[in-house]
Design a protein around this ligand. Structure first.
Ligand code: SAM
Length: 337
């Protein structure tokens, strides 16, 4: 198994963990079930960790959506089988353009699952029909050399090989280390470099070599004028617990190539973002995020399952963080939100 295969397999893990927490009632996601086969009940610590991750990311995303009034774009890097696009739609939120990027081997599986699922497809199609009346889509043409058997089309949803295009939703298969292709494919999605754009990475940058993630973040900061970034990933990886986490991953054929950037919240802000052209950044470990989540829902969630090992949960939370970064005007006063 190559290093990239190991990284791609982390998507299955994340999807199974999310499904476990959803099935236990931690949060609602009507769509994750379509991306998993089989159910594996995870420990209460893992379920709570995923709860904090999902709610924490949603909390920062809401701040961005409030500021932009949905006149914005969302780009989910290393999206795997994430269901945020459908969850937003389900709660009545539509953004100008929602784009997901992952390795082609991952996106082709996602496209396949979408293609054979009416509910997933309908949500995209319905939106497609509505937004076709006021969107000038960039007219996707089949790239030469793609066999007809690999082209699927229903309404305005078009799946070509490992890519999906609809008026407000795109999935593209590319390696985030290949910036030339990334640029080309984003243009095919009708990206607008001047519209406020939110980037999301959940456990993605850490799998990239530090030079590659720096080049990616630098490229984004140079290319887009008004941007907000939410990054969730491992932190404090230089203590005993962090080393055990690294060993576990290594045993599953996976390495955290970008571990240097995960040493502390300070390195998250400085090395990851500010050094490569972002205006500013802030970072919290998940213990702080957990405590900051709305009390009422936390109270409900903490009653779902008995937690014997509070210390283990705290250790886990301490080894993940959310970092936000921004450049441009929309989120410039983020400190006062
Ligand atoms: N963000 C998703 C979530 O939270 O469910 C998936 C997380 S999974 C741990 C990491 C994802 O990042 C995988 O789907 C993997 O394929 C993707 N990834 C890592 N490095 C990548 C790269 N260089 N190019 C494209 N995708 C990458």
């Amino acid at each position: 198994m190559s290093f990239d295969d190991g990284v791609q397999a982390t998507n299955c893990d994340a999807t199974k963990c999310k499904y476990s927490a959803v099935k236990m009632g931690y949060w609602q996601d009507d769509f994750i079930q379509y991306f998993v086969t089989g159910y594996e009940r995870k420990t209460p610590e893992i379920n709570r960790g995923y709860y904090a991750r999902t709610k924490g990311v949603a909390m920062f995303m809401d701040k961005f959506l409030k500021k932009t009034g949905s006149n914005c774009q969302i780009i989910n890097l290393g999206a795997g089988f994430d269901t945020l696009y459908w969850r937003l739609k389900n709660s009545g939120i539509t953004v100008n353009n929602y784009i997901e990027i992952d390795f082609a081997s991952v996106t082709s599986k996602k496209c396949f699952l979408i293609k054979k699922n009416k509910i997933l497809l309908q949500t995209i199609s319905q939106q497609a029909i509505r937004s076709m009346t006021n969107t000038n889509m960039s007219g996707h043409r089949e790239p030469p050399g793609i066999p007809v058997s690999q082209i699927f089309s229903e309404g305005e949803v078009k799946i070509i090989g490992s890519d999906l295009h609809a008026p407000d939703y795109h999935i593209i298969g590319t390696d985030l280390r290949n910036l030339t292709e990334l640029d080309k494919k984003l243009t095919q999605c009708g990206i607008n470099f001047d519209v406020p754009t939110m980037f999301l990475t959940e456990c993605v940058l850490v799998y990239m070599e530090p030079e590659s993630s720096s080049m990616l973040l630098h490229w984004i900061a140079k290319k887009f004028n008004d941007i907000f970034f939410i990054n969730y990933e491992q932190v404090n990886m230089n203590d005993n617990f962090g080393r055990i986490m690294l060993d576990n991953l290594r045993n599953r054929g996976c390495q955290l190539a970008g571990v240097d950037a995960c040493l502390s919240s300070q390195t998250q802000m400085d090395s990851r973002f500010v050094r490569v052209g972002w205006d500013s950044a802030r970072s919290w470990n998940m213990i702080n995020v957990y405590e900051y989540l709305p009390e009422e829902d936390r109270y409900r969630m903490e009653r779902l399952e008995m937690l014997d090992e509070l210390e283990l949960l705290q250790q886990l939370l301490q080894h993940y963080c959310i970092t936000i970064a921004w450049k441009g005007i929309t989120m410039a006063d983020v400190d006062h939100l």
